[in-house]
Design a protein around this ligand. Structure first.
Ligand SMILES: Nc1ncnc2c1ncn2[C@@H]1O[C@H](COP(=O)(O)OP(=O)(O)OP(=O)(O)O)[C@@H](O)[C@H]1O
Length: 377
Protein backbone atom coordinates (compact mmCIF):
# COMPACT_ATOMS: atom_id res chain seq x y z
CA UNK A 1 0.00 0.00 0.00
CA UNK A 2 1.31 3.48 -0.83
CA UNK A 3 2.15 6.56 1.24
CA UNK A 4 0.02 9.66 0.83
CA UNK A 5 2.13 12.82 0.53
CA UNK A 6 0.46 16.18 0.99
CA UNK A 7 2.69 19.16 0.19
CA UNK A 8 2.02 22.87 0.84
CA UNK A 9 -1.73 22.29 0.58
CA UNK A 10 -3.77 25.49 0.73
CA UNK A 11 -7.44 25.99 0.07
CA UNK A 12 -9.44 29.18 -0.25
CA UNK A 13 -13.20 29.45 -0.48
CA UNK A 14 -13.81 32.89 -1.99
CA UNK A 15 -11.72 35.26 0.16
CA UNK A 16 -11.43 32.86 3.12
CA UNK A 17 -8.36 30.66 3.47
CA UNK A 18 -9.37 27.44 5.25
CA UNK A 19 -6.12 25.46 4.77
CA UNK A 20 -2.77 27.16 5.25
CA UNK A 21 0.04 25.16 3.62
CA UNK A 22 -0.45 21.66 5.06
CA UNK A 23 2.58 19.33 4.80
CA UNK A 24 1.94 15.75 5.78
CA UNK A 25 3.05 12.24 4.89
CA UNK A 26 0.69 9.40 5.76
CA UNK A 27 2.72 6.22 5.82
CA UNK A 28 2.09 2.95 4.10
CA UNK A 29 -0.47 0.85 6.02
CA UNK A 30 -0.99 3.51 8.66
CA UNK A 31 -4.29 4.39 10.37
CA UNK A 32 -3.93 8.16 10.32
CA UNK A 33 -6.47 10.54 11.86
CA UNK A 34 -7.14 14.21 11.19
CA UNK A 35 -8.52 15.50 14.50
CA UNK A 36 -9.78 18.94 15.40
CA UNK A 37 -12.79 21.05 16.24
CA UNK A 38 -15.59 21.71 13.79
CA UNK A 39 -14.52 23.94 10.92
CA UNK A 40 -10.74 23.44 11.33
CA UNK A 41 -10.38 22.03 7.81
CA UNK A 42 -10.30 18.24 8.32
CA UNK A 43 -12.96 17.40 5.73
CA UNK A 44 -11.57 19.88 3.24
CA UNK A 45 -8.15 18.18 3.51
CA UNK A 46 -9.77 14.77 2.99
CA UNK A 47 -11.84 16.07 0.07
CA UNK A 48 -8.66 17.36 -1.59
CA UNK A 49 -7.12 13.88 -1.26
CA UNK A 50 -10.31 12.33 -2.66
CA UNK A 51 -10.42 14.80 -5.55
CA UNK A 52 -13.80 16.21 -4.51
CA UNK A 53 -12.18 19.61 -3.89
CA UNK A 54 -9.38 21.22 -5.85
CA UNK A 55 -6.62 22.79 -3.76
CA UNK A 56 -5.83 26.46 -4.33
CA UNK A 57 -2.13 25.60 -4.21
CA UNK A 58 -0.10 22.50 -3.39
CA UNK A 59 0.16 18.88 -4.41
CA UNK A 60 -1.00 15.44 -3.30
CA UNK A 61 0.60 12.15 -4.34
CA UNK A 62 -0.44 8.58 -3.58
CA UNK A 63 2.69 6.45 -3.84
CA UNK A 64 4.58 7.85 -6.82
CA UNK A 65 1.38 8.93 -8.57
CA UNK A 66 0.62 12.66 -8.49
CA UNK A 67 -3.13 13.14 -8.00
CA UNK A 68 -3.09 16.90 -7.98
CA UNK A 69 -0.37 19.49 -8.40
CA UNK A 70 -1.39 23.08 -8.90
CA UNK A 71 2.11 24.03 -10.16
CA UNK A 72 2.00 21.57 -13.07
CA UNK A 73 -1.82 21.79 -13.41
CA UNK A 74 -2.20 18.08 -12.81
CA UNK A 75 -5.61 16.92 -11.59
CA UNK A 76 -6.79 13.31 -11.53
CA UNK A 77 -10.60 13.17 -11.07
CA UNK A 78 -11.98 11.18 -8.10
CA UNK A 79 -12.94 8.15 -10.19
CA UNK A 80 -9.36 7.90 -11.51
CA UNK A 81 -7.74 7.85 -8.05
CA UNK A 82 -8.86 4.39 -6.89
CA UNK A 83 -9.47 5.54 -3.34
CA UNK A 84 -12.21 4.08 -1.12
CA UNK A 85 -14.46 6.60 0.59
CA UNK A 86 -17.00 6.37 3.41
CA UNK A 87 -18.83 9.41 4.71
CA UNK A 88 -20.93 10.15 7.75
CA UNK A 89 -24.11 9.63 5.74
CA UNK A 90 -23.49 6.17 4.30
CA UNK A 91 -25.19 7.23 1.08
CA UNK A 92 -26.54 3.76 0.29
CA UNK A 93 -29.18 3.66 -2.43
CA UNK A 94 -32.42 2.77 -0.58
CA UNK A 95 -34.04 1.10 -3.60
CA UNK A 96 -31.08 -1.22 -4.19
CA UNK A 97 -30.11 -4.37 -2.30
CA UNK A 98 -26.77 -4.63 -0.53
CA UNK A 99 -25.31 -6.52 -3.52
CA UNK A 100 -26.67 -3.95 -6.00
CA UNK A 101 -25.19 -1.11 -3.92
CA UNK A 102 -21.80 -2.85 -4.02
CA UNK A 103 -22.10 -3.56 -7.74
CA UNK A 104 -22.36 0.14 -8.63
CA UNK A 105 -18.68 1.09 -8.26
CA UNK A 106 -17.75 -2.12 -10.11
CA UNK A 107 -20.10 -1.30 -13.00
CA UNK A 108 -18.54 2.15 -13.24
CA UNK A 109 -15.15 0.42 -13.47
CA UNK A 110 -16.54 -1.93 -16.15
CA UNK A 111 -15.84 -5.11 -14.17
CA UNK A 112 -17.56 -8.09 -15.83
CA UNK A 113 -20.61 -9.70 -14.19
CA UNK A 114 -18.99 -12.89 -12.90
CA UNK A 115 -16.08 -11.02 -11.41
CA UNK A 116 -18.56 -8.57 -9.82
CA UNK A 117 -20.33 -11.42 -8.01
CA UNK A 118 -17.03 -12.77 -6.69
CA UNK A 119 -15.75 -9.36 -5.54
CA UNK A 120 -19.06 -8.50 -3.83
CA UNK A 121 -18.95 -11.84 -1.99
CA UNK A 122 -15.38 -11.17 -0.84
CA UNK A 123 -16.12 -7.62 0.31
CA UNK A 124 -19.21 -8.70 2.29
CA UNK A 125 -17.17 -11.52 3.82
CA UNK A 126 -14.58 -8.98 5.01
CA UNK A 127 -17.20 -6.93 6.85
CA UNK A 128 -19.06 -9.98 8.21
CA UNK A 129 -22.24 -9.53 6.15
CA UNK A 130 -21.96 -12.40 3.68
CA UNK A 131 -25.57 -13.50 4.31
CA UNK A 132 -27.12 -10.05 3.85
CA UNK A 133 -26.49 -9.47 0.16
CA UNK A 134 -30.18 -9.50 -0.82
CA UNK A 135 -31.43 -7.19 1.92
CA UNK A 136 -32.39 -3.57 1.35
CA UNK A 137 -30.75 -0.85 3.50
CA UNK A 138 -33.95 -0.32 5.55
CA UNK A 139 -33.78 -3.98 6.57
CA UNK A 140 -30.38 -3.42 8.21
CA UNK A 141 -29.36 -1.86 11.54
CA UNK A 142 -27.32 1.37 11.56
CA UNK A 143 -24.17 -0.60 12.32
CA UNK A 144 -24.84 -3.01 9.44
CA UNK A 145 -25.49 -0.13 7.03
CA UNK A 146 -22.18 1.36 8.06
CA UNK A 147 -20.47 -1.97 7.28
CA UNK A 148 -22.16 -2.09 3.87
CA UNK A 149 -20.82 1.41 3.14
CA UNK A 150 -17.37 0.18 4.10
CA UNK A 151 -17.73 -2.94 1.95
CA UNK A 152 -18.74 -0.72 -0.98
CA UNK A 153 -15.55 1.31 -0.44
CA UNK A 154 -13.44 -1.86 -0.29
CA UNK A 155 -15.03 -3.81 -3.16
CA UNK A 156 -12.76 -2.44 -5.86
CA UNK A 157 -9.55 -2.89 -3.81
CA UNK A 158 -8.71 0.78 -3.30
CA UNK A 159 -5.12 1.74 -2.52
CA UNK A 160 -6.17 4.08 0.30
CA UNK A 161 -9.29 4.28 2.47
CA UNK A 162 -10.71 7.74 3.27
CA UNK A 163 -13.20 7.83 6.15
CA UNK A 164 -15.04 11.02 7.15
CA UNK A 165 -16.73 10.57 10.55
CA UNK A 166 -18.10 7.16 9.49
CA UNK A 167 -19.21 6.17 13.01
CA UNK A 168 -20.94 9.36 14.07
CA UNK A 169 -24.46 8.14 13.23
CA UNK A 170 -24.16 5.15 15.57
CA UNK A 171 -25.27 5.23 19.20
CA UNK A 172 -22.56 5.22 21.90
CA UNK A 173 -22.41 1.46 22.52
CA UNK A 174 -22.56 0.48 18.86
CA UNK A 175 -19.98 3.10 18.11
CA UNK A 176 -17.48 1.56 20.50
CA UNK A 177 -18.04 -1.91 19.03
CA UNK A 178 -17.73 -0.53 15.50
CA UNK A 179 -14.51 1.23 16.49
CA UNK A 180 -12.87 -2.01 17.67
CA UNK A 181 -14.11 -3.85 14.62
CA UNK A 182 -12.89 -1.17 12.21
CA UNK A 183 -9.46 -1.15 13.83
CA UNK A 184 -9.14 -4.95 13.46
CA UNK A 185 -10.33 -4.84 9.84
CA UNK A 186 -7.88 -2.08 8.94
CA UNK A 187 -5.01 -4.01 10.56
CA UNK A 188 -5.99 -7.24 8.80
CA UNK A 189 -6.20 -5.52 5.42
CA UNK A 190 -3.09 -3.39 6.06
CA UNK A 191 -4.73 -0.61 4.06
CA UNK A 192 -3.46 2.98 4.41
CA UNK A 193 -6.38 4.81 6.04
CA UNK A 194 -7.08 8.51 6.52
CA UNK A 195 -9.78 9.08 9.11
CA UNK A 196 -11.50 12.34 9.98
CA UNK A 197 -13.10 12.92 13.37
CA UNK A 198 -13.68 15.60 15.98
CA UNK A 199 -13.99 12.88 18.64
CA UNK A 200 -10.69 12.76 20.51
CA UNK A 201 -11.46 9.45 22.23
CA UNK A 202 -12.12 7.83 18.88
CA UNK A 203 -8.88 9.27 17.49
CA UNK A 204 -6.83 8.01 20.45
CA UNK A 205 -8.39 4.53 20.28
CA UNK A 206 -8.07 3.98 16.53
CA UNK A 207 -4.99 5.73 15.25
CA UNK A 208 -1.37 4.88 14.68
CA UNK A 209 -0.78 8.62 14.35
CA UNK A 210 -2.92 11.71 14.73
CA UNK A 211 -2.65 15.17 13.21
CA UNK A 212 -4.33 17.79 15.39
CA UNK A 213 -5.65 20.66 13.28
CA UNK A 214 -6.73 24.14 14.27
CA UNK A 215 -8.00 26.88 11.96
CA UNK A 216 -6.50 25.32 8.86
CA UNK A 217 -3.08 24.61 10.40
CA UNK A 218 -1.47 21.40 11.63
CA UNK A 219 -0.66 21.98 15.28
CA UNK A 220 0.86 18.59 16.14
CA UNK A 221 1.43 15.24 14.48
CA UNK A 222 2.23 12.24 16.66
CA UNK A 223 1.19 8.90 18.12
CA UNK A 224 -1.84 8.88 20.46
CA UNK A 225 0.48 8.68 23.49
CA UNK A 226 2.60 11.59 22.27
CA UNK A 227 -0.47 13.71 21.62
CA UNK A 228 -2.00 12.93 25.01
CA UNK A 229 1.14 12.98 27.15
CA UNK A 230 3.20 15.59 25.31
CA UNK A 231 0.70 18.05 23.84
CA UNK A 232 2.62 20.61 21.80
CA UNK A 233 0.43 23.52 22.87
CA UNK A 234 -2.02 24.31 25.64
CA UNK A 235 -4.70 24.21 22.93
CA UNK A 236 -3.89 20.57 22.08
CA UNK A 237 -3.87 19.69 25.81
CA UNK A 238 -7.32 21.29 26.10
CA UNK A 239 -8.76 19.59 23.02
CA UNK A 240 -7.39 16.06 23.56
CA UNK A 241 -8.49 14.69 26.91
CA UNK A 242 -9.28 16.76 29.97
CA UNK A 243 -6.77 19.06 31.53
CA UNK A 244 -6.38 21.57 34.35
CA UNK A 245 -4.82 24.91 33.46
CA UNK A 246 -3.29 27.16 36.09
CA UNK A 247 -1.68 30.45 35.21
CA UNK A 248 1.33 31.93 36.95
CA UNK A 249 4.66 33.66 36.65
CA UNK A 250 8.05 31.99 36.24
CA UNK A 251 10.17 32.45 39.38
CA UNK A 252 13.20 30.56 38.13
CA UNK A 253 14.07 28.33 35.20
CA UNK A 254 16.97 25.92 35.21
CA UNK A 255 17.84 22.74 33.31
CA UNK A 256 14.88 20.41 33.24
CA UNK A 257 12.71 22.20 35.84
CA UNK A 258 10.91 25.53 36.06
CA UNK A 259 9.53 27.11 39.22
CA UNK A 260 6.22 28.89 38.79
CA UNK A 261 4.37 31.05 41.28
CA UNK A 262 0.70 30.20 40.79
CA UNK A 263 -1.80 33.05 40.49
CA UNK A 264 -4.48 31.04 42.30
CA UNK A 265 -2.77 30.67 45.67
CA UNK A 266 0.72 32.18 45.40
CA UNK A 267 2.31 28.76 45.86
CA UNK A 268 5.47 27.78 44.01
CA UNK A 269 5.25 24.64 41.90
CA UNK A 270 8.00 22.90 40.01
CA UNK A 271 7.17 21.93 36.45
CA UNK A 272 8.86 20.43 33.47
CA UNK A 273 10.93 22.72 31.31
CA UNK A 274 8.86 24.46 28.64
CA UNK A 275 9.48 23.15 25.11
CA UNK A 276 10.13 26.62 23.78
CA UNK A 277 12.06 27.81 26.85
CA UNK A 278 10.85 30.48 29.26
CA UNK A 279 12.46 33.31 31.24
CA UNK A 280 12.07 34.42 34.84
CA UNK A 281 9.13 36.81 35.15
CA UNK A 282 7.32 35.40 32.10
CA UNK A 283 3.63 34.58 32.40
CA UNK A 284 2.90 30.92 31.74
CA UNK A 285 0.21 28.23 31.87
CA UNK A 286 0.78 25.03 33.86
CA UNK A 287 -1.27 22.12 32.50
CA UNK A 288 -1.97 18.94 34.49
CA UNK A 289 -4.25 16.02 33.58
CA UNK A 290 -6.83 15.23 36.34
CA UNK A 291 -5.67 11.62 36.68
CA UNK A 292 -2.06 12.71 37.20
CA UNK A 293 -2.87 14.48 40.47
CA UNK A 294 -2.44 12.14 43.46
CA UNK A 295 -4.47 12.40 46.63
CA UNK A 296 -2.35 11.96 49.77
CA UNK A 297 -3.67 10.30 52.90
CA UNK A 298 -2.04 9.72 56.28
CA UNK A 299 -0.64 6.39 55.10
CA UNK A 300 0.62 7.75 51.78
CA UNK A 301 3.71 9.96 51.72
CA UNK A 302 4.41 12.25 48.77
CA UNK A 303 7.18 11.20 46.38
CA UNK A 304 10.38 13.14 47.22
CA UNK A 305 10.26 15.60 44.29
CA UNK A 306 6.46 16.14 44.26
CA UNK A 307 4.63 19.44 44.59
CA UNK A 308 2.37 19.21 47.62
CA UNK A 309 -0.75 21.41 47.63
CA UNK A 310 -3.75 21.55 49.91
CA UNK A 311 -7.25 22.10 48.58
CA UNK A 312 -10.91 21.78 49.53
CA UNK A 313 -13.32 19.38 47.83
CA UNK A 314 -16.16 21.33 46.24
CA UNK A 315 -18.05 18.50 44.57
CA UNK A 316 -17.67 14.89 43.55
CA UNK A 317 -19.10 12.58 40.94
CA UNK A 318 -18.87 8.86 40.38
CA UNK A 319 -18.29 7.98 36.73
CA UNK A 320 -18.02 4.20 36.94
CA UNK A 321 -14.31 3.51 36.67
CA UNK A 322 -13.29 6.40 38.96
CA UNK A 323 -14.35 9.31 41.11
CA UNK A 324 -13.99 12.87 39.91
CA UNK A 325 -13.59 15.75 42.34
CA UNK A 326 -13.61 19.49 41.84
CA UNK A 327 -11.08 20.82 44.30
CA UNK A 328 -10.67 24.46 45.28
CA UNK A 329 -7.05 25.59 45.10
CA UNK A 330 -6.87 29.19 46.28
CA UNK A 331 -9.28 31.08 44.08
CA UNK A 332 -9.35 28.46 41.33
CA UNK A 333 -10.65 24.92 41.01
CA UNK A 334 -8.91 21.85 39.64
CA UNK A 335 -10.34 18.51 38.65
CA UNK A 336 -8.89 15.38 40.24
CA UNK A 337 -9.69 11.87 38.95
CA UNK A 338 -8.94 9.05 41.38
CA UNK A 339 -10.07 5.63 42.52
CA UNK A 340 -10.55 6.94 46.07
CA UNK A 341 -14.20 7.26 47.13
CA UNK A 342 -15.75 9.65 49.66
CA UNK A 343 -13.24 12.52 49.76
CA UNK A 344 -14.59 15.64 51.47
CA UNK A 345 -13.24 18.74 53.17
CA UNK A 346 -9.56 19.59 53.02
CA UNK A 347 -7.33 17.20 51.11
CA UNK A 348 -3.63 17.13 50.22
CA UNK A 349 -2.59 16.70 46.63
CA UNK A 350 0.77 15.60 45.26
CA UNK A 351 1.78 16.47 41.72
CA UNK A 352 4.99 15.19 40.17
CA UNK A 353 6.82 18.03 38.33
CA UNK A 354 7.18 15.64 35.39
CA UNK A 355 3.40 15.72 34.77
CA UNK A 356 3.17 19.52 35.03
CA UNK A 357 3.37 20.69 31.43
CA UNK A 358 4.41 24.27 30.85
CA UNK A 359 3.32 26.57 28.05
CA UNK A 360 4.45 30.11 27.42
CA UNK A 361 0.89 31.27 26.95
CA UNK A 362 -1.97 32.32 29.15
CA UNK A 363 -4.69 31.88 26.60
CA UNK A 364 -6.50 28.87 28.05
CA UNK A 365 -9.54 29.65 30.15
CA UNK A 366 -9.29 28.39 33.74
CA UNK A 367 -12.42 27.00 35.44
CA UNK A 368 -14.55 29.66 37.04
CA UNK A 369 -14.57 29.10 40.79
CA UNK A 370 -17.89 30.93 41.16
CA UNK A 371 -19.57 28.57 38.69
CA UNK A 372 -18.17 25.51 40.45
CA UNK A 373 -19.14 26.81 43.89
CA UNK A 374 -22.67 27.46 42.64
CA UNK A 375 -22.96 23.96 41.12
CA UNK A 376 -21.74 22.30 44.29
CA UNK A 377 -24.15 24.40 46.36
N1 LIG B 1 -17.81 24.58 -0.24
C1 LIG B 1 -17.49 25.47 0.70
N2 LIG B 1 -17.67 26.80 0.49
C2 LIG B 1 -17.32 27.72 1.41
N3 LIG B 1 -16.75 27.40 2.61
C3 LIG B 1 -16.55 26.11 2.87
C4 LIG B 1 -16.90 25.08 1.94
N4 LIG B 1 -16.56 23.88 2.48
C5 LIG B 1 -16.04 24.17 3.70
N5 LIG B 1 -16.02 25.49 3.92
C6 LIG B 1 -15.50 26.17 5.13
O1 LIG B 1 -14.17 25.72 5.33
C7 LIG B 1 -13.88 25.58 6.71
C8 LIG B 1 -13.39 24.18 6.96
O2 LIG B 1 -14.45 23.27 6.74
P1 LIG B 1 -14.29 21.69 6.92
O3 LIG B 1 -15.58 21.05 6.54
O4 LIG B 1 -13.07 21.24 6.23
O5 LIG B 1 -14.06 21.59 8.50
P2 LIG B 1 -14.09 20.32 9.41
O6 LIG B 1 -12.93 20.47 10.33
O7 LIG B 1 -14.17 19.08 8.63
O8 LIG B 1 -15.43 20.55 10.23
P3 LIG B 1 -16.62 19.51 10.63
O9 LIG B 1 -16.04 18.62 11.68
O10 LIG B 1 -17.68 20.43 11.18
O11 LIG B 1 -17.02 18.82 9.38
C9 LIG B 1 -15.17 25.93 7.45
O12 LIG B 1 -15.08 27.24 7.90
C10 LIG B 1 -16.24 25.78 6.39
O13 LIG B 1 -17.32 26.64 6.65
Amino acid sequence: MPDVTISHLSKKFAATTVLHGIDLTIRDGEFFTLLGPSGCGKSTTLSCVAGLERPTTGSIAVGDRTMVDTASRTFVPPEGRNLGMVFQSYALWPHMTVAQNLALPLRIRKVDRRRQTALIGEALEKVGLADMRDRYPHQLSGGQQQRVALARALVYSPTVLLLDEPLSNLDAQLREQARAWLKRLQEDLGITTVYVTHDQEEALALSDRIAVMSEGHLVQVGSPTEIYQEPATAGVAAFVGRCNFLTGKVAAASDGRTEVVLDCNGRRVRTRAAKAGVEAGQRVTVAVRPERIKVLTADRQPPPDANVLTGTVLSSSYVGARFEYDVRLGDHAVQVATGRPGLTGEITLAVDPEVCLLYPTTDVVTPDIEALTTVSG
